[in-house]
Write a protein that binds this ligand. Structure first.
Ligand SMILES: *Cc1c(COP(=O)(O)O)cnc(C)c1O
Length: 465
C-alpha cells in the first residue's frame, strides 16, 4: 500500500502559503490565499490517490495557487473586442452605449439623485416620469412605461390586461427569441389563454374575426424578429387589425421586438417596423427593447394609450420588473440623442449600422497595414464580406463590409481564434475556410491598436498562455 506517500510528496499548507505569498508587492488577501492552497493541495491529493498522477514541484504548486487567487481577484465580467461584425450581439451585451449615456450612468452612480423624488413640490415622485415625456414626444404615444426588458414588458401587458382571458395570435407569430422567451410560454405564465389563428405562412383578417368572442381581451401581434417566412405568405397589417379590434371592442398589442425610431430604409436597410408607424396606425400598446435598434441600455419600453398604461402602472408585478437608476439615466441620454436629431451620429449602434462601405474599406486597409507592421508568419488580406445586424433585427440583411483575413502559417484558424478569445483583452472573431476574419464595423474607437496587439500576442509563441 502506498497510501502514505502522497502526503509526503505534497508540502504542508503553511509552507505553500508562505512560498506563494513571498515577493509580492501587494500581498494577496490572507483568507483567499489559504483557501487557494487548500484547494490546490486537495485536488492534487485526489489526483495522486485516484489516478496515480505525479504532482509538480514546489514552484509548480506555487504557480497553480497564484493562478487560482488571481482568477478570483480579476473581474470575470470584462470588455471584449467584437470583431465579428454582428452589431447587436446578445452574448456580447447588445448595444454599446453612447458617450453621453455612459456619463449619465456615472453621474447618478456616484451619489444620490431624484429617482423617486419630485424636486418641484418636494413630494414623492415616480421613477417612470424621467423618460415618459421624452418617449411620448418622440413617438406620439399618450403614455409610456419602462421595465427591465422587452420580455418583462410583454409579461406585464398580458398580466395586466389579459389574465384569465383570451389573446388571439397568428400561428406565424408564435416565436421563440433567444431560447428562453417563447410567446406561448410567456402567455401561459401571465395567465392569459392563447388562441392561435391562421397558419404558419398565412393569416387573414377573417381568421382573427372568427376567433374573437366574449372572452377575448386582445389581439397580439408579434414581430417575428429573428426569422422570415418567405414565399406564399400573408399577415394582417396594423391598420386592418386595429379596425377589426375596434369593431369588436378588443385592444391590439404589438410586440415589435427591436422597434426602430429612425427609418433604416433611408440607409438601404429594412424594412424594420417603426414604433411611430404602429402607434399612428392605432395600435393600443407597443413594446420593444431598449438595447436593440434603439441603441440604449437593456430595458423594455411600453408605449400606448394612457388609460391602459395606468392599469399597467398599478399592477403589483411592476415592482418586480422595475428598472434601476442606471438604466433610466442611460435611457434618458439615449432618447435625448433622438430628440436632438443626432441619433445616427451619437449612438454607436446606429453609427455602426450606417457607416459607409467606403469608410469600412478604409478601416480594413488601415487595420491590415497595422497588422502587417507587427506580424510575421501570417498572411493578411482584405476582402469583401458582409456584417449582420443581430439581436433578432433584420435577420436577412447583409450589410456590405470589408474584412481583414488572417491566415496564420503555423496555426489553424481555429487555434488562432481560440487564443484570441482567451487573450487579454479577449477578441471574438468569425472563422471561414481556415481564415480568421476581422470585421472593422464593430470595432470601437481606439480598439484597432488593442486588436493588433492581441493578434500579435496570440501569434507569438504560445500566445497568452
Ligand atoms: C428580442 C425580442 C423580445 C425579447 O426582448 P428582450 O429585451 O431581450 O427581453 C421579445 N419579443 C421580440 C419580438 C423580440 O424580438
Amino acid at each position: 500500500m502506498s497510501k502514505a506517500r502522497p502526503a509526503r510528496q505534497l508540502p504542508a499548507v503553511h509552507e505553500l502559503v508562505k512560498k506563494a505569498a513571498a515577493g509580492r508587492e501587494r500581498p494577496y488577501p490572507a483568507g483567499l490565499l489559504t483557501a487557494a492552497v487548500r484547494q490546490v493541495l486537495a485536488a492534487w491529493r485526489r489526483a495522486i490517490l485516484e489516478r496515480g498522477e505525479v504532482p509538480p514541484d514546489l514552484d509548480g504548486l506555487v504557480r497553480e495557487v497564484r493562478q487560482w487567487v488571481e482568477a478570483r481577484l480579476r473581474p470575470n465580467l470584462r470588455p471584449v473586442i467584437n470583431a465579428t461584425g454582428v452589431v447587436l450581439h446578445t452574448n456580447l451585451g447588445r448595444a454599446p452605449l453612447s458617450v453621453e449615456a455612459c456619463a449619465a450612468i456615472e453621474r447618478v452612480a456616484r451619489g444620490y439623485c431624484n429617482l423617486e423624488f419630485n424636486l418641484e413640490d418636494g413630494k414623492r415622485g415616480s421613477r417612470y416620469d424621467h423618460v415618459e415625456r421624452l418617449l411620448t414626444t418622440l413617438t406620439g404615444a399618450e403614455a409610456a412605461l419602462v421595465v427591465n426588458n422587452n420580455a418583462a414588458a410583454v409579461l406585464l401587458v398580458l398580466d395586466s390586461l389579459a389574465r384569465g382571458r383570451e389573446v388571439v395570435v397568428s400561428r406565424g407569430e408564435l416565436v421563440e427569441i433567444g431560447g428562453s422567451f417563447r410567446i406561448p410560454e410567456v402567455l401561459a405564465r401571465s395567465g392569459a389563454i392563447l388562441k392561435e389563428v391562421g397558419t404558419t405562412n398565412k393569416t387573414h383578417p377573417w381568421d382573427y374575426e372568427r376567433a374573437i368572442g366574449p372572452e377575448t381581451a386582445m389581439l397580439l401581434k408579434v414581430h417575428p424578429s429573428n426569422y422570415r417566412i418567405m414565399g406564399f405568405t400573408c399577415q394582417v397589417a396594423d391598420d386592418e387589425l386595429v379596425g377589426l379590434a375596434a369593431r369588436h371592442q378588443v385592444i391590439v398589442v404589438e410586440d415589435l421586438g427591436s422597434g426602430a425610431l429612425v427609418d433604416l430604409s433611408r440607409y438601404g436597410m429594412g424594412p424594420e417596423p417603426m414604433v411611430q408607424a404602429s402607434l399612428a396606425a392605432g395600435v393600443d400598446i407597443v413594446t420593444f427593447s431598449g438595447d436593440k435598434l434603439l441603441g440604449g441600455p437593456q430595458a423594455g419600453l411600453i408605449l400606448g394609450r394612457a388609460e391602459l398604461l395606468r392599469t399597467l402602472k398599478e399592477n403589483q408585478l411592476l415592482r418586480a420588473l422595475r428598472v434601476d437608476k442606471f438604466t433610466l439615466a442611460a435611457l434618458e441620454a439615449t432618447l435625448q440623442a433622438y430628440v436632438q436629431e443626432e441619433a445616427e451620429q451619437a449612438l454607436p449602434v446606429l453609427q455602426m449600422l450606417t457607416v459607409t462601405p467606403t469608410r469600412l474599406q478604409q478601416q480594413a486597409v488601415d487595420l491590415q497595414k497595422l497588422l502587417a507592421g507587427r506580424l510575421g508568419e501570417c498572411a493578411i488580406d482584405v476582402r469583401k464580406g458582409s456584417s449582420r445586424v443581430g439581436g433578432g433585427a433584420l435577420p436577412l440583411e447583409e450589410l456590405p463590409t470589408t474584412l481583414v483575413e488572417l491566415r496564420p502559417a503555423r496555426l489553424s484558424a481555429t487555434d488562432l481564434a481560440e487564443r484570441l478569445r482567451r487573450g487579454d483583452p479577449p477578441v471574438l472573431a468569425h472563422i471561414q475556410e481556415d481564415c480568421v476574419l476581422l470585421d472593422p464595423r464593430t470595432l470601437q474607437v481606439g480598439e484597432a491598436e488593442l486588436l493588433v496587439e492581441a493578434v500579435a500576442a496570440a501569434l507569438s509563441d504560445g500566445g497568452e498562455r
